[in-house]
Design a protein around this ligand. Structure first.
Ligand code: SF4
Length: 248
């Protein structure tokens, strides 16, 4: 089920309580420090609808130029993420532009025990290989290095205190966030099933409509792989309006 502008407006209004509780849920994840190599920011993480709404709220609080720049980054990320590795659109010179509101996936990265992280990485690799086969049916071979790309496990993330972090701690926080977002039924499931928990797909769909966003992605990926021509994509991105402005 598609999520319209009007629905987002409505959800932003009625999710204030859940967004406040989302911040409290993040507290369950021990704060940590790292070498800020920004490895974890090589990809935009999957998120819940509630986290997407919190990110949209952040975008609305930015000045219009910065918001437009980020919106363009999100849309461009969606169009090209099957064929090249672009950093998370919120990353700016090793700094996260929404750091205080960064997502569960960003906070938990590096805190998972390595064996659990490897399982998660393998699961996402399976999804990539499945997508590769789908594209292949349309005669498009995705670059193998993109299909195989995994954010490496980072051993330099350390909790700030002596608190031990284990799967249960992080899973409890993830479950709580999932339940909070689930209160926004039926849209919580729509965000996962229709937009694959991907804020970049969601943003491109708001800009162009869901079917058109998918059609454009197909055309831009084909251009990229077959002709290496990105003129069409550049034109679309340069002319993209501030799609979130109507919500401000
Ligand atoms: S939201 Fe911020 S912390 Fe998370 S991946 Fe993007 S830049 Fe990195």
């Amino acid at each position: 089920m598609k999520i319209s502008f009007r629905t987002i407006q409505d959800l932003l209004g009625r999710s204030k309580k859940q967004r406040a509780e989302l911040i409290e849920s993040y507290v369950l994840i021990p704060s940590s420090h790292c070498r800020r190599r920004a490895l974890c920011c090589s990809l935009l993480p999957e998120i819940t609808l509630l986290e997407a709404l919190a990110a949209i709220r952040c975008l609305l609080d930015l000045n219009p130029d910065m918001r437009l720049q980020l919106t363009k980054g999100l849309v461009q990320y969606f169009f090209l993420n099957s064929v090249c590795i672009n950093s998370c659109p919120f990353l700016n010179q090793r700094n996260c532009l929404i750091y205080e509101n960064r997502f569960f996936g960003c906070r938990a990265y590096g805190l998972w025990p390595k064996n659990h992280y490897d399982e998660l990485a393998e699961r996402s690799h399976c999804v990539n290989r499945h997508n590769q086969r789908l594209w292949q049916r349309f005669g498009i071979s995705l670059p193998q290095e993109v299909v195989d790309f995994q954010i490496p496990y980072c051993p330099y993330v350390k909790p700030d205190s002596d608190t031990s972090v284990n799967n249960e701690t992080l899973t409890r926080a993830a479950d709580k966030i999932e339940k909070l977002s689930g209160q926004l039924a039926p849209w919580h499931d729509s965000f996962r099933q229709t937009y694959f928990s991907d804020l970049s797909f969601f943003t491109a769909s708001l800009a162009f409509g869901l079917n058109e966003a998918v059609r454009m992605k197909f055309a831009f990926v084909k251009d990229y792989v077959i002709t290496e021509n990105q003129a069409g994509l550049s034109e679309v991105i340069n002319n993209l309006p501030d799609v979130f402005a109507g919500l401000a």
